[in-house]
Design a protein around this ligand. Sequence first.
Ligand SMILES: [Zn+2]
Length: 440
Amino acid sequence: MTKFRIIKSRADSLVRLGAYSTIATPNIIIPTSRGTIPHLTPENVQKHVETPAVFVGLEDFIERVPMKSPIAQFGHSLREYISLLPSSHEIPIFLAPRRSCPIPTSQQNSDKTFSIVTTDGFRQFEVIEYLTLASTLADKDTVILAPVDMPMLISTTKSEGGYSPWKHIGGNRVRKMVVRNEMWSEAALQICAARDVIVPIMPGIKLPDQEEFINKVAVSSAGLTFYDISSPFVPESCAEKLTSPMTGSSADIASLPESISTFARINLAYHNGPHDVLESIAKGYDLFCADWVVTATDAGIAFTFELEQTSDETLPLGISLWENVKYATDLNSLSDDCECHTCKNHHRAYIAHLLSAKEMLAWTLLQIHNLHVASKFMAQIRSAIEQNQFDEASRKFNKTYSAKTQATPGGGPRVRGYQVRLAGLVTDKKLNESPFRSLD
Ligand SMILES: [Zn+2]
């Protein structure tokens, strides 16, 4: 089992420097879509992108009958199936039942099944099937996430501002969550015993109520997943109703029992950008999904931020290449002194042109740049922690950069189903407008 190593921590702070497998933490896990880092081919990933770890949601590969899906018949490892990296490469894969930023489903979980969104629509996936499949697909550098029972239902009644993403959940449902998570995590540790298994700590449920789970189950795991209150997994009613949500408040991480205090902590809440990442690190988390990088790339934004930057005026996190008038003749690189493949070979005008022509290469080049900026940012954070300057650097960053992301007209070459945003955005509106219109 891979043990999380703490390299540096301080008694007066939850911020820590560590290493999990080949990942130096704090760090980002890069999300994938059907096994691919959006917009990048495996060759591009290998040549141009620093990849600390990737996150793969098995639901992306599941079809009508889960165990008859091509991935279940494959017979080799997930690493080979997604051709993401050659098998000699030891980049860790975090294999989860659902995507890193899952869309709500319309079906309830049961004791033995949980609801997923597949290419064929909403499906029930048996816990045992998931775990069996995960254990056969995982190689030694694949970390398996135990399924988590959190209600992810779309309310069918329309309220103000569209469909509300959550149905109200009550006390009985919460008790079920606790029981199921214990059951499912136990099964995960048993079935996937040969691999590293990460189990969930439930949000919104007091620590003493999870004590049995922690002592009996979590102690044998390789790490913990947390679902902060902002997580797309956590229903609002749950967050409001239950007192003292244990995740989302730093005091609670501090009071994690000694037995699991040295475990890797993965925060699976949706991080909206670097500001959220800094907040998460301050709360004591080690790893987070970088969905925000993909969101920015899809929107045609090139990041220009870095940790140590001082400015009298508030700076944006990036530039919108859709502003063709502004960048049509701009021969500068996307951001000054950037060492990425895009910045070394192309200028803003070229990428702005590709973008307005809706050439897919635009998003490829942007993704290479944005992932480079994000990974440099994480390296700067680690060195700030090393030098005991994290708090100061983080305060400066929050003051220098605006947390608001720009609105851009772009949404990737073509908006896909998984890009449906969660909160309140489940509407009847089509994602992509029809390219054909009547002539008048
Ligand atoms: Zn660059």
